[in-house]
Design a protein around this ligand. Structure first.
Ligand code: GDP
Ligand code: IMO
Ligand code: MG
Length: 431
């Protein structure tokens, strides 16, 4: 029996979906525990591309159970669309394959509008560049105890009461602060009644289901969204998402005890990307950055925005190792680095005449960081057809070894292409 957490070590889009899909083979349960449909997880199976925003990436295996934990913020319209699309692809989702926590919070239409209004009203330079999916306002309501939960859909009187109270406040903001249209109770209530009917058979107690699974010796895979530097507490605040993205939240966000976690796999892209605003010390503004963006097809899976690209940052990697207790790294997109004569790895920062090896907590300081690079020799060979570590060019092996040395963490998985089969599984965390 093994229970494994997968998280992103950088600013998201490290290839979590691909690795979750790959490891689902060895798992029985796959659990999303935070975030919402701001996530975009891409899977390529037998040449066919799937992008999931809410449904766990294990869903392509018909005999596995997927769970959406209490820590997720759930937009029911988006979930139902994913379910419809899967059914159209011949993979119908039914309550035997998916449970949604009654304690997860609902993203309401006013959250999306607030998200966009807040961004529009923020001055240039302070904008977060959110995905516009209502994530921040929904988590905001959860923390201020105004949120509407998935389970509330099953209690008509409670749902009506909460919606009425929420609309009083939100409509005041739309009318008086943002000068935009307000919502009527009826328009939202009618849609959510339909959602309630469709989702009712899926709503349950995820914590109890996980406990039963664990006691029966089943394997559980926790699928993180976003990345460590987007964590609300430990990331580059305020340029972060509104949830804890680190491994500790796999427990809080699903109702699973920390002593039952056996391994944490950190997904590390072989270079760095970021979508949205905020500091990015190793960002490249030259042709190399452009080349990585193009060869890596670095476009946001949720918003289609071009991803900013830069060299691998091992201060960021080390932050992730420390914050998540990573037991093994999965290095993805190694194939994208082919063709570079030299590669750089940031091993420290300089700021105000000082050398730093940890990310500062002050955002102004983070904005001033200058990376200190170590240079390695690159390789020209394409890697996408390689399936054994011994067949990798010696320069690629040296690059991997250097990452292991700097992070003091072994590499468990190497990825050399988007396809499920383009993977070198060196140490299976479920074995
Ligand atoms: P996630 O949010 O962490 O799941 O990552 P995304 O799906 O948003 O972005 C990763 C992108 O890289 C997707 O388009 C994947 O299909 C692709 N990808 C994953 N691993 C590899 C790899 O090893 N090589 C290449 N070339 N692409 C990869
Ligand atoms: P996956 O799971 C990359 C970024 C947004 C923005 C910030 C806040 O695919 O790795 P939000 O809408 O969450 O309030 O936006 O976080 N962001 C992501 N960047 N990958 C993601 O998810 C992201 N989810 C949010 O671009 O900068
Ligand atoms: Mg993504």
């Amino acid at each position: 029996m093994a229970n494994v957490v997968i998280i992103g070590t950088q600013w998201g889009d490290e290839g979590k979906g691909k690795v979750v899909d790959l490891l689902t083979r060895y798992a029985d349960y796959i659990v999303r525990f935070q975030g919402g449909n701001n996530a975009g997880h891409t899977l390529v199976v037998e040449g066919k591309k799937y992008i999931f925003h809410l449904i766990p990436s294990g869903i392509l295996y018909p005999d596995k159970k997927c769970l959406i934990g209490n820590g997720v913020v759930l937009d029911p319209g988006v979930l139902l669309k994913e379910m419809t699309d899967l059914a159209a692809a011949g993979l119908p989702v039914n309550p035997d394959r998916l449970t949604i926590s009654e304690r997860a919070h609902l993203i309401m239409p006013y959250h999306n509008r607030l998200d966009n209004n807040m961004e529009a009203a923020t001055k240039q330079g302070a904008k977060i560049g959110t995905t516009g999916r209502g994530i921040g306002p929904c988590y905001g309501d959860k923390i201020t105890r105004q949120g509407i939960k998935v389970g509330d859909l099953l209690d008509d009187a409670l749902f009506r009461e909460k919606l009425t109270e929420n609309l009083k406040e939100k409509n005041f903001l739309f009318a008086s602060k943002y000068n935009t249209a307000t919502f009527s109770f009826e328009e939202i209530y009618a849609i959510f009644q339909q959602y309630a009917e469709k989702l009712a058979p899926y709503i349950g107690n995820v914590s109890v289901e996980l406990d039963r699974a664990r006691k029966a010796g089943r394997h559980i895979l926790f699928e993180g969204a976003q990345g460590t530097q987007l964590d609300i507490d430990h990331g580059t605040y305020p340029f972060v998402t509104s949830s804890n993205t680190i491994a500790g939240n796999a427990c809080t966000g699903s109702g699973f005890g920390p002593s039952h976690i056996d391994a944490v796999i950190g997904i590390l892209k072989a270079y760095t990307t970021r979508v949205g605003e905020g500091p990015f010390p190793s960002e490249l503004f030259d042709q190399t950055g452009e080349a990585l963006q193009q060869k890596g097809a670095e476009f946001g899976a949720t918003t289609g925005r071009k991803r900013r690209c830069g060299w691998l940052d091992c201060i960021v990697a080390n932050e992730a190792v420390r914050l998540n207790g990573i037991t093994g790294l999965a290095i993805t997109k190694l194939d994208v680095l082919s063709g570079q004569s030299n590669l750089k790895i940031a091993t420290a920062y300089e700021e105000g005449g000082k050398r730093l090896t940890a990310m500062p907590g002050n955002i102004r300081q983070v904005e001033r960081l200058k990376p200190v690079y170590e240079e390695l020799v690159g390789w020209q060979e394409e890697l996408c057809d390689i399936r054994s570590i011994d067949d990798l060019p010696s320069a690629t092996r040296a690059y991997i070894k250097r990452i292991e040395e700097i992070t003091e963490t072994p590499v468990a998985i190497l990825s050399v292409g988007p396809g499920r089969e383009q993977t070198l599984l060196l140490k299976n965390p479920f074995a």
